[in-house]
Design a protein around this ligand. Structure first.
Ligand code: ZN
Length: 191
């Protein structure tokens, strides 16, 4: 059973959000996962987990107990396809920049929020380049999800304005990823 692969939950990068359609009768169709490679060139495997009891759509980036890079997609049928895509790209970004293999910063610390901003930024750049979803589709879901899950308005606003600034960047997703990888290696080199 693929779901029984153990993951180190405390070390996982999780984007855990409620979606607005919890009461929807029909689940959304699942999109195909995008291609994802980490900073070492390893292929990241997506594992879809649709627990019937789950009400929360979430993604989790990690390595499994055999050390393979994975993204677990939980209850994606609770989220519309534009938002599924955003979560896939967001979790992939944690692999692309190497966050998954770094020590996990304390929750809600500056470094944690910085890594989330970087992942959001890469996700929206990839949406712009690779997906047919509009910016507003993604943003609407993201802001609804964040307010439903109880993020204070101030952090929702700052997260959304980060995403908006990224969407307007002239850089490509690949250029931005490269820049973040270079910064990460400088950081680890200097301690
Ligand atoms: Zn994240």
């Amino acid at each position: 059973m693929v779901f029984q692969r153990r993951v180190k939950a405390t070390m996982a990068w999780i984007l855990c959000l409620y979606c607005h359609n919890l009461m929807a009768a029909e689940p959304y169709p699942l999109i195909d996962p995008p291609l994802c490679f980490n900073d070492r060139g390893e292929t990241v495997e997506f594992i879809t987990h649709s627990a019937s009891q789950g009400e929360v759509a979430a993604g989790m980036a990690n390595r499994d107990s055999d050390g393979r890079p994975i993204i677990v997609r939980m209850n994606y049928d609770k989220a519309d396809p534009a938002f599924q895509r955003f979560v896939d790209f967001h979790e992939c970004a944690h692999h692309q920049v190497g966050h998954v293999d770094q020590p996990h910063p304390p929750r809600n610390s500056f470094d944690h929020l910085m890594n989330e901003s970087i992942a959001d930024c890469i996700a929206i750049l990839r949406i712009r380049e690779e997906a047919n979803h509009t910016y507003s589709q993604v943003i609407e879901e993201l802001s609804e999800a964040m307010s439903l899950v109880g993020f204070p308005k101030i952090s929702t606003d700052s997260r959304l304005s980060n995403v908006q600034n990224c969407y307007a960047k002239e850089e490509s997703a690949a250029e931005f990823v490269k820049k973040m990888q270079d910064q990460a290696s400088v950081r680890s080199f200097s301690g």
